[in-house]
Design a protein around this ligand. Structure first.
Ligand SMILES: Nc1ncnc2c1ncn2[C@@H]1O[C@H](COP(=O)(O)OP(=O)(O)O)[C@@H](O)[C@H]1O
Ligand SMILES: [Mg+2]
Length: 287
């Protein structure tokens, strides 16, 4: 059937509404820094196709601390890798500042969970300098100056000449954050960056991340499976259903910070999210 034939059989009343919806969606994605539309991501192995996310749409605005929250295996890392340009969408599109985001680029930098993301043969400074030189963002002298600036921001100036094996897990993550921020990306992507840390260090790192956000002012897309961490770190949360990940709900969480821990409203929000996740465990699609 031709497109015009398809149009003709639509009820006349339906068309203006659809047009209005489309325009609203387009306006939102134009204003968004990062716009993800109908994103389906799959892994193809010789035996089968694993669908990691199903038609996910989100808009991240400048200055957002946007959290992707969902159970293990729901496709959070896959989604982040697609934004980083490491995975091609099966369906849908990713736009950054209105332009298609295809392939990796210095405008999207990822901080991972693993402590071994820093080459061990490079000092802290060399680790931060390297991507600036490799991407031809800066010449050596400017790169070293910028590295020193961000190493200071994460409180590691005294450790600038030290190798990663001499650092604690928390310190290694601070280096990874400094390295990412030094690139001054349009959006900072973090995949469970504090999940491998002990509880006290994790809390400290959450606090420091929020202080850095206040100080430096960046846009963050942050992945976690911890409800508490999502509420603390995020101003907006997208809740993903279990495998394959779909957007279950979007929640405003700007009201919560470290001072809210233990307060009644925080507990209620946490319980509500828990219920949404739990409910989905029984009703969600299992592949
Ligand atoms: N390289 C891969 N090949 C095949 N399947 C994968 C691969 N990586 C992840 N998956 C599958 O994709 C789904 C989503 O994984 P992932 O994005 O890592 O989830 P999350 O980060 O939310 O725990 C899971 O079912 C996982 O087993
Ligand atoms: Mg993951």
């Amino acid at each position: 059937m031709s497109a015009s034939a398809a149009l003709r059989i639509q009820s006349p009343a339906a068309w203006p509404v659809r047009e209005k919806e489309r325009t609203a969606a387009e306006a939102a994605s134009l204003a968004a820094l990062l716009s993800i539309r109908g994103l389906t991501l799959e892994y193809r192995t010789p035996e089968r196709v694993v669908r990691a996310t199903h038609r996910v749409s989100i808009d991240v605005f400048r200055g957002d601390r946007f959290v992707l929250l969902g159970p293990s295996g729901c496709g959070k890392s896959t989604l982040l890798k697609a934004v980083a340009g490491f995975i091609e969408p099966t369906e849908g599109a990713i736009h950054l500042e209105g332009r298609p985001a295809r392939g990796p680029g210095p405008d999207r930098v990822v901080v991972f969970q693993e402590f071994d993301q820093l080459p061990p043969w490079k000092t802290v400074t060399e680790n931060v300098v390297f991507p600036l030189l490799a991407s031809r963002t800066l010449k050596r002298r400017e790169a070293e100056e910028r590295a020193a600036h961000y190493i200071d921001k994460v409180g590691l100036s005294q450790f600038a000449k030290v190798y990663p094996h001499e650092l604690s897990g928390g310190m290694k993550q601070r280096v990874a954050i400094a390295r990412a921020l030094a690139m001054q990306p349009r959006i900072l992507l973090m995949d469970e960056p504090f999940a491998a840390l002990d509880a006290l260090t994790r809390r400290k790192m959450q606090e420091e991340l929020l202080a850095l956000w206040e100080d430096v002012g960046f846009t963050l897309l942050f992945v976690t499976h911890s409800i508490e961490e999502a509420l603390l770190v995020g101003n907006r949360i997208a809740l993903l259903s279990p495998h394959p990940g779909r957007i279950r709900a979007e929640i405003n969480s700007h009201a919560w910070d470290l001072g809210s821990l233990g307060c009644a409203g925080f507990q209620t929000a946490s319980a509500r999210i828990h219920a949404l996740l739990f409910e989905q465990e029984h009703t969600g699609t299992v592949q």
